[in-house]
Each structure stands twice: as structure tokens, then as C-alpha cells.
Design a protein around this ligand. Structure first.
Ligand code: NDP
Length: 479
């Protein structure tokens, strides 16, 4: 199936008529093509967004809210179709896309449709000076949204929904590897009555299409989620134009387990936080630190559970682990298993490719647990972004805190303990944008989302996202 760009409410071929193959990771076959869009296509999308802006930015909040909520309802009504498309593009189990990805994408539109009607700004009376100050929150204009392949629609809409709710018009690019649900979203936006040009979706390569969005002098803000190296490159390109930037980047998140935790809950959640979505979630707890007194028991129990996970075709109901997103990514993840062996680590389970009957050319890998000797080895420091976790014991709170913070990333951290004082101490000191205690990936869309250090700059979520997609203007009136 060939997909097209969505520009000014129309589905368009790329101006160069150049196309890129789209692979199904579950069987390694090409199943369609996507536009290899050029600078000209980005310019066309920009022009559509620019002409839609005066009217959209003046559309009442109630009307914007109504349209966003309608998009959300239509996504829910098309759940099966979207979940199957997401799985075919990405390799994730259909059941996961149905339960998490698509419902969360729908929630993004519903949440920001409601949030915009509650987005208040401050005012200050300058006492004794006969003056009052108030703050206007004005949309920026045309903004760029660039998203990755791991949670395709979920992260794409996490940017688009607040951007348009705040009155901006958007030029967006999903990952070239997972374009399908973004393409289907165009149809839904038309059906929901989103005015033409408010959202424009241009497909293509990061280095050409994505780069053209970042380089565009009149696209004034870029919201980007992806790898740290790409984020650094985008920051360099955007800096001379003084663009507003939100960067959500890589992670190497610690999962810290104390002996006083609720063991069964911790064990089941740790399997999920290690391997959900084939471990391709920026929030996965890929470094597991376990208090020494329960380390040997944990090791046995965890490995047993991991060995029972079923690697299989994404459409089979009992599949826990589907296919990795691409051949290239599979090779990258496998290379880290070799690095672990060279570093003298022990592969406790997994480590091999899996051949799934009938889908021999798919990109399947066993869930892999690596016992590392030191925390500073490469597999414990670098983002692998696959079904691979490291485990090692720790003795004291200070010892584990130091190891947890000793990476260049700082996205999330998970802590398992029932000790309140320790919870408070560690939550304060962990270098991360998000700390989960006795849970993982529980999300409330009102909360700020983002990382510190090389995991990013800025926060998404709730009013933080609406603040990013608006400029604050102080008006001072003397009376
Ligand atoms: P990439 O950085 O490779 O790509 C992300 C997006 O940027 C894609 O749409 C890509 O296009 C595009 N892109 C690539 N080069 C450029 C460029 N020069 N200019 C503009 N756009 C460009 O990341 P991945 O897609 O590989 O995603 C995985 C990464 O994303 C991991 O590091 C993960 O941790 C991170 N991530 C972070 C999250 C967070 O919230 N902090 C959440 C989810 C993932 P194309 O695909 O066509 O190359």
C-alpha cells in the first residue's frame, strides 16, 4: 500500500515522485512505499500551515476542543484498524497496540482538547503604581513535530494534540520506518472537521525531510522525540535561528529493587518494564540493581519468568514479544550482546535470534538478561533500546544511588521499596525527570514529562506542553 503526504487536507504524492520501501518487521517483506519528500514538499506543507494559521489561531477554544475530542472519538471507533496498522509497521503485538498505543493516542487528543479550555495565565496588580500586568499566551505560528518509531502514533499525537489545541498549525514528520498510522490519522482529521492546513504530515527520511523542517526559517518551534545524537544535531541547526526547542531523547533507566519491596508485584512489573514493546521504550528499566540480600532469589525467579515469555508473530494473541522494528535495529541490538560477552558479562538467558514458523525473515530476538560485573561496562552505560537488560547486586543505598546516577542519561528511574524515608531521600537525589515508586509507566497526562542531562531539554505533558507551544507576552497597563 502506498501512502501519501497529507497537505492542506489533501493526500499528495511527493513532488519528486520518489518513494521509499516500507517493511513489515514481522516477515521482513516490503508491503508498501512512502513518499521520499524533499524540501519542496516541506515548503508546500509550510505554506498550507501558514495560510491556515490566522483563522485557526482565532478559532474559539470551545470549537478547537470540540474538534480534538471528535478526533479522539474517531480514533477509538477505528481502534482495530489502527492497532493492526501500527503492529504491521512496527512489529509490536497487536494486543499491545490495542491496549496501550492507540487508546493513549486517543487520550492525547481528548486530554488536550479539555486542557486548552482550562489553560489560565497569570495577572499581577502592581500595588501603589496604578498598574496591572497580565500575561497573554499566544500561539507561535507554524511549528514542527518530529517523532520516532517505537510508539509511533502515541508519540506523534503527544506533540500534535497540544500544538493544535494551543492554536498553532503544524508540519509533522513521523519516523520513516513507521509512517502508517500517521497517514491514517489524516483521514480522521478530515472526518472530524479539522480545517485544512492546520495539520500537515510530510513523510520521508530524517536527514532530508526532517532536516528541511528543522532548517525552515519560518517554522519557529520544533518538538522532537528521538535519539540523543539526532537531538544534538537538531539543536545545532536550530540555534542560529533561535528556535524554541523541546527535545525528548534517549534513556538508560535504573530499576532499583530493595529487599523490603512487595516482591511479587515488583517481579511482574519488572518483567514488563524490561521487555514491553520488545524493550523499545525510552522509559524501560534497562539497568536492574537488586539489593544483595535478595539478589540470588531475584535472579532465579526473574530468569524463569523471562524464559516463559513467548516470542512470536505480533498478531498471535499469546505473543509477549513481537518483532524488532528493523533489520538494522536487530543487528544493533545483537551487537551489544557480543559486546557484553567481550566485556566478560554472563548471558543468563536469551541472546539469540528466534525463527518464527512461517515468518522466517522477521526480526525476532529472545528476551535477554545480562549479569554484569561492574556498572561502568558499555552494556550498562549505552542505550541498547531492545529486549536486553542488565542486572547486578548492590549493598547500600549510597552505593546504588551513585551507580544509578553514573550515566549520561536522566530520563526515568524506578524504585521498589516500602521504606518511606528512603523513598523520599532517593526520589530527591535520583537524576531523572520521572521517578516511579512501586510502579512503572503509570501516566497521568497532567504531569510534566521529560528528562535531564542527555535525555533532553524541556518538558511535555499537561500545561507544560501548552506553555511550550505558546509565547508568553506580558501586557502592563497603567491606569
Ligand atoms: P532518531 O533520532 O533516529 O529519529 C527520530 C526522528 O527524527 C525520526 O522521525 C527521524 O526520521 C528523524 N530524524 C533523523 N535525523 C534527523 C535530522 N537530521 N533532522 C530532523 N529529523 C531527523 O530516533 P529513533 O527513531 O531511532 O528513535 C529511538 C530513539 O528515540 C531512542 O534513543 C529513544 O530513547 C528515543 N525516544 C525518546 C523518548 C523520550 O520521550 N525521551 C521516547 C521515545 C523514544 P527517520 O526515522 O526517517 O530517520
Amino acid at each position: 500500500m502506498n501512502i501519501k503526504n497529507y497537505i492542506n487536507g489533501q493526500f499528495e504524492n511527493p513532488s519528486s515522485n520518489s518513494w521509499i520501501d516500507n517493511y513489515n518487521p514481522s516477515n521482513g517483506e516490503v508491503y508498501g512505499q512512502i513518499p521520499n519528500s524533499s524540501k519542496e514538499d516541506v515548503e508546500q506543507a509550510y505554506k498550507a500551515a501558514k495560510s491556515a494559521f490566522p483563522s485557526w489561531s482565532q478559532t474559539t477554544l470551545e470549537e478547537r476542543s470540540r474538534i480534538l475530542i471528535k478526533i479522539s472519538e474517531l480514533l477509538e471507533a477505528n481502534l482495530d484498524r489502527f492497532a493492526e496498522a501500527e503492529s504491521k509497521d512496527n512489529g509490536k503485538p497487536v494486543s499491545l497496540a490495542k491496549m496501550v498505543d492507540i487508546p493513549r493516542a486517543a487520550s492525547n487528543f481528548r486530554f488536550f482538547g479539555n486542557a486548552i479550555t482550562q489553560f489560565a495565565s497569570e495577572s499581577h496588580e502592581s500595588v501603589g503604581q496604578n498598574a496591572v500586568n497580565y500575561t497573554l499566551r499566544q500561539p507561535i505560528g507554524v511549528v514542527g513535530c518530529i517523532s520516532p518509531w517505537n510508539l509511533p502514533l502515541y508519540l506523534f499525537t503527544w506533540k500534535i494534540a497540544p500544538a493544535i489545541a494551543a492554536g498553532n498549525c503544524v508540519v509533522a514528520k513521523p519516523s520513516e520506518v513507521t509512517p502508517m498510522t500517521a497517514y491514517l490519522l489524516g483521514e480522521i482529521c478530515n472526518e472530524a472537521g479539522l480545517p485544512k492546513g492546520v495539520l500537515n504530515i510530510v513523510h520521508g527520511l530524517g536527514t532530508t525531510t526532517g532536516q528541511a523542517i528543522v532548517e525552515h526559517p519560518n517554522i519557529k518551534a520544533i518538538s522532537f522525540t528521538g535519539g540523543t545524537a539526532t537531538g544534538a544535531h537538531i539543536a545545532k541547526v536550530a540555534a542560529p535561528m533561535f528556535k524554541k526547542l523541546s527535545l525528548e531523547l534517549g534513556g538508560k533507566n535504573p530499576n532499583i529493587i530493595f529487599a523490603d519491596c512487595d516482591y511479587d508485584d515488583m517481579l511482574n512489573t519488572t518483567v514488563r518494564s524490561s521487555f514491553a514493546n520488545q524493550g523499545q521504550i525510552c522509559l524501560c528499566g534497562s539497568r536492574i540493581f537488586v539489593e544483595k540480600t535478595i539478589y540470588e532469589k531475584f535472579k532465579v525467579d526473574f530468569v524463569e519468568k523471562v524464559k516463559n515469555l513467548k516470542v512470536g508473530h505480533p498478531s498471535e494473541k499469546d505473543t509477549n514479544i513481537g518483532a524488532l522494528v528493523s533489520k538494522l535495529h536487530l543487528e544493533k541490538v545483537k551487537s551489544y550482546i557480543e559486546i557484553a560477552k567481550e566485556e566478560g558479562a554472563t548471558i543468563l538467558c536469551g541472546g539469540e535470534e528466534v525463527t518464527v514458523d512461517g515468518f522466517e525473515n522477521g526480526y525476532y530476538l529472545q528476551p535477554t538478561v545480562i549479569e554484569v560485573k561492574t556498572d561502568d561496562c558499555r552494556v550498562n552505560q549505552e542505550e541498547i533500546f531492545g529486549p536486553v537488560v542488565t542486572i547486578m547486586p548492590f549493598k547500600t543505598e549510597d552505593n546504588v544511588l551513585e551507580m544509578a546516577n553514573k550515566v549520561k542519561y536522566g530520563l526515568s528511574a524506578t524504585l521498589w521499596t516500602n521504606n518511606l524515608k528512603r523513598t523520599m531521600r532517593m526520589s530527591n537525589q535520583l537524576q531523572a525527570g520521572i521517578v516511579w515508586v512501586n510502579t512503572w509507566m503509570m501516566r497521568d497526562l497532567r504531569t510534566p514529562f521529560g528528562g535531564v542531562k542527555e535525555s533532553g531539554v524541556g518538558r511535555e505533558g499537561g500545561f507544560e506542553a501548552l506553555r511550550f507551544f505558546t509565547e508568553a507576552k506580558n501586557v502592563c497597563i497603567k491606569y
